[in-house]
Design a protein around this ligand. Structure first.
Ligand code: HEC
Length: 472
């Protein structure tokens, strides 16, 4: 089978993966706040209704519920934004996710509808309703919000640890090895985020006396205490993800390690402040500190999401689909037929290339590399190969999966490989108007030999078939 070809958008100097990642971070942060915010409101509603904390009602009917509304509206908008960007960047991945989890998406959207209706009803009419109805609306909102996380989490965690899928069917993919640790982890993150934002909001409630504000803050701070479980959940998560992904994070890839440390460091700071300062010493947290901690929480989320997306490389769905939308089975085939022989889409600025070989190279780059690289922007190939001789480029790209095992194997024939190398070299030379076609002199026998030596399997040692061994 040949891979399907889709028109793929080009975002200039911004790497495509970064477009998804950048938007995804905001989306996750907002969506998690909307969940934790709901839980916190349930808790405060209970405190208000039982008379234990009368000022909780002021908090509930104040600015916070507005923020929760904003976050789920923005969460929904960025969610649509995610679909909009991912179908332009990785249509095949999205296609696979929709096909495999069709009904789960439908269930997720149903929960989302309940979330929107209940949340808006509370926002609009909550202040006039009796306590029991308020509580029902808040519980409906919160459960629906948490369950939309539950459903989406199964699909996202399946991408890294597909578990018994495809042999075992949809549910064995959904309840995959990293399902529970990541669901619990995200739940705790949601609660922590909501608590910190609540502290910032409480500080801004100038109509309350300081002791009242202090009591509210003390109650909100309890939502930070589950962070105690984060290290254990982190260890659990790390035990179930593939060994090679674990290695990227633990030093194998500098960027991954750095972002991972950022996430851990920021979470640790928040947890320490919460446990020692807020809960043990009953410190008062002022607006500036609360805002600073919110920024740290955002950094932790960003770092965590970056790592989660990053450690999946070279796959978007582990062992099933490479990041560049080629399946492992298709590689051997494309080595023979050529990867873009059947790609129907014309090149942008086709006329700017001096010859046919360079145009071929540009199409190979677009199809196989542009998901993770740009030419001269983020993760730019011009920069990465700038100091290499022709020979080095040929060999290292022929053996791409061994050059760096978070890249998929090169999936074209020797003619395409040479065209790609020529295109990169031409680019590096400043895109001159004249460029000789290297077909007559290219060492095709050697290129083929390197391609054969590299093989068509991924670069890291994978379990021969089925789920990664540590996932069983
Ligand atoms: C799954 C994403 C992905 C794909 C697809 C991919 N790369 Fe990479 N590539 C990376 C990452 C990440 C790096 C590491 C960059 C760094 O070290 O800063 C990298 C590094 C490189 C390097 C530098 C290697 C070194 O040892 O310094 C070259 C050259 C390269 N890629 C070429 C390519 C070419 C050519 C293609 C397409 C045939 C391609 N890559 C496809 C992710 C990818």
């Amino acid at each position: 089978m040949l891979p399907p070809y889709y028109p793929i958008n080009d975002f200039g100097p911004v790497m495509k993966g970064l477009v998804i990642g950048g938007l995804g971070i905001f989306h996750v942060f907002l969506a998690q706040f909307a969940i934790g915010g709901g839980m916190l409101m349930c808790w405060f509603q209970r405190l208000a209704a039982t008379g234990r904390l009368p000022e909780a009602r002021r908090f509930l009917d104040g600015y916070f519920r507005f923020l929760v509304l904003v976050s789920f509206v923005l969460g929904a908008l960025t969610g649509v934004g995610m679909w909009f960007t991912t179908i332009q960047i990785s249509p095949r991945t999205i296609g696979l996710m929709v096909r495999e989890f069709h009904w789960i998406w439908a269930i997720e959207w149903t929960f989302f509808c309940v979330e929107v209706v209940a949340g808006y009803a509370f926002y609009r009419y909550g202040a006039r309703l009796p306590d029991s109805t308020r509580m029902k609306l808040l519980v409906a909102y919160t459960l629906a919000a948490w369950f939309s996380l539950f459903w989406i989490n199964g699909i996202l965690s399946w991408q890294l640890t597909p578990g018994g899928w495809p042999a075992g069917g949809v549910w064995s993919g959904f309840f995959n090895p990293s399902f529970w640790p990541s669901l619990l982890f995200r739940t705790i993150t949601s609660m922590g985020t909501a608590a910190l934002i609540a502290c910032a909001v409480i500080n801004a409630m100038s109509d309350l006396e300081r002791p009242q504000r202090a009591r509210l803050i003390q109650s909100a701070a309890w939502f930070l205490s589950p962070m105690l479980f984060m290290p254990a959940l982190g260890v659990w998560y790390f035990r179930v993800i593939p060994a090679d992904s674990r290695e990227w994070v633990l030093g194998g890839s500098v960027a991954m390690t750095l972002f991972f440390s950022l996430a851990i460091g920021a979470s640790l700071l928040i947890a320490l402040y919460a446990l020692v300062g807020l809960l043990r010493q009953k410190l008062y947290i002022n607006g500036a500190t609360a805002t600073l901690l919110c920024a740290l929480a955002f950094a932790a989320t960003a770092g965590g999401e970056f790592v989660r997306e990053g450690v999946r490389k070279p796959f978007t769905v582990r062992q099933a689909l490479y990041s560049n939308s080629i399946t492992p089975d298709e590689v051997a085939r494309l080595r023979k037929t050529g990867s873009v022989t059947h790609d129907p889409y014309t090149l942008r600025d086709s006329a700017a290339y001096p010859n046919e070989q360079l145009r071929l190279g540009a199409r190979v780059y677009r199809f196989q590399c542009s998901i993770c690289h740009t030419l001269d922007g983020a993760n730019g190939l011009e920069h990465l190969t700038g100091a290499w001789t022709l020979e080095q480029k040929r060999m290292n790209i022929a053996k791409l999966q061994h050059t760096k095992s978070f890249m998929p194997p090169f999936a074209g024939n020797a003619v395409e490989l040479e065209a790609l190398v020529q295109m990169l070299t031409w680019h590096h030379a400043g895109r001159p108007g004249d460029w000789p076609d290297s077909d007559d002199v290219a060492p095709y026998v050697q290129l083929q030999h390197w391609l054969d030596e590299a093989g068509t399997q991924p670069g890291m040692a994978l379990a021969p078939a089925g789920p990664p061994s540590e996932a069983r």
